[in-house]
Design a protein around this ligand. Structure first.
Ligand code: SF4
Length: 414
């Protein structure tokens, strides 16, 4: 068979990497500049964006080392029984591509994952070797995110952390039963064991660097994971519970939620339809409630409906507020930060601005209106110096009043 060119391999392996959401900037509208109209594109693959620990948004070459795989995870386009074009880079080829793109200013780093070739250990060695070439032979100081293989020898997984800024190990599915059914070659205990080892090494490295100036860096941007949603019957309550345990047990920087998307040549055990993308968005919102707004996982679960899923028409913070109206209204001029953070429509920045502003004056509804995109959403839940919601908070039709209006699609719209 003809040897593929580097460009052909890049096309195949950058496209195959697009299913991994764990460095993604998702949720935007599809646009491109095909036909010379405009400039830039939000479609396609190859370069993605991630946030560095200091908050910078950086562009990464997002690619697989290979899409050959000896495993047969039903939800994955690269599984061994899938009928796709296959390609394989050597570590040297990926290192060269990264350096060339970096010198041309296309990227600031590398996101590297891989199917399993030959064995988990062999694959992990190849991933580590790529990062080693970049760091040791070329003194590459850009960002590197390595996906690690939980089935590989712990020592090899550990080496990934010595070269990478961030490492990730995918838990894949929210429940152990889902993992057994859809990823029969994977083992939940092995995955969590690898995450535990990574957490210990990250914590230890931080302690050592405080004591010894020249102690080795180890995954300074921490570890993350990804969960596929909608491929099994796990509810949002299951997913929130799993995410919260992962944050607590392994000090993850991020849990990424990736709505399962039907793949060409899909396995018969998978659902035919993808879950609505808004479900993924609601899970990210619930994740933020736990990480930045002080909600306990059990409280986010209280926002779910009878089927255990978060409502799709309103965000989880509003859903919780509507269920627990006795908590409201909150006095914008007196309430604690924690209570203000519960008010639908008020973000973290707005709450800090309120706390600062009310030291100098008594806030009116108009003042709060300048800090939110939807004063209508805030009004039923807040008291200001010139505003009391009176019976508004308890109105039976409040949800209908606050839910975004559904737009009727026009049959002949352009
Ligand atoms: S191990 Fe599973 S998820 Fe990873 S590439 Fe292979 S088939 Fe896909």
């Amino acid at each position: 068979m003809r040897e593929l060119s580097i460009l052909e391999k890049l096309e195949i392996l950058a496209d195959a990497a697009k299913y991994d959401a764990s460095c993604a900037s998702s949720g935007t509208a599809k646009k491109n500049s095909i036909g010379g109209k405009g400039i830039g594109s939000t479609e396609g693959m190859g370069i993605c964006h991630a946030y560095a620990p200091d908050g910078r948004c950086i562009s990464l070459l997002k690619v697989l080392l290979t899409n050959h795989c000896i495993f047969d995870c039903h939800y994955c386009i690269n599984r061994k029984s899938s009928n796709v074009r296959r390609a394989r880079f050597t570590p040297q080829e990926v290192a060269d591509l990264t350096l060339n793109f970096y010198r041309r200013n296309y990227i600031e780093g590398l996101f590297l994952s891989s199917g399993i070739i030959r064995s988990s250990n062999h694959t992990m060695e190849q991933l580590v070797e790529t990062a080693r070439i970049l760091r040791e032979e070329h003194d590459f100081r850009g960002y590197i995110h390595l996906k690690t293989i939980p089935e590989a020898d712990p020592e090899l997984v550990h080496q990934a952390g010595l070269f990478a800024d961030r490492v990730s190990i995918n838990v894949e599915l929210p429940t152990d039963s889902g993992l057994t059914r859809l990823a029969p070659d994977k083992d939940a205990r092995q995955i969590e064991g690898a995450m535990g080892g990574m957490k210990s090494a990250i914590v230890q490295a931080k302690v050592e660097r405080k004591t010894f100036k020249h102690a080795l860096r180890f995954a300074p941007a921490g570890q993350s994971t990804q969960m596929i949603i909608g491929a099994d019957s796990a509810s949002d309550a299951d997913i929130v519970g799993k995410a919260s345990r992962l944050y607590d047990n392994f000090r993850l920087r991020r849990v990424y939620y990736s709505a399962f998307s039907p793949i060409p040549d899909a396995s018969a055990v998978l659902p035919l339809k993808r879950p609505p993308l808004i479900r993924e968005h609601r899970l990210y919102q619930s994740d933020w409630l736990m990480r930045f707004y002080g909600y306990k996982p059990g409280e986010v679960m209280q926002a779910t409906e009878a089927d255990g899923n978060l409502p799709l028409d309103i965000d989880p913070k509003l859903a919780w507020a509507l269920k627990f109206r006795e908590f409201f209204p909150v006095d914008v001029n007196r309430a604690s930060k924690e209570r203000l953070l519960r008010v639908p429509g008020l973000g973290v920045k707005a709450v800090y601005k309120i706390l600062a502003a009310r030291r100098h004056k008594s806030l009116r509804l108009e003042d709060v209106g300048k800090l939110t995109v939807s004063i209508a959403k805030v009004r039923p839940f807040l008291i200001a110096s010139d505003w009391r919601p009176v019976a508004l908070t308890d109105r039976a039709d409040l949800r209908a009043l606050l839910a975004p209006k559904q737009e009727q699609l026009e049959l002949f719209a352009a």
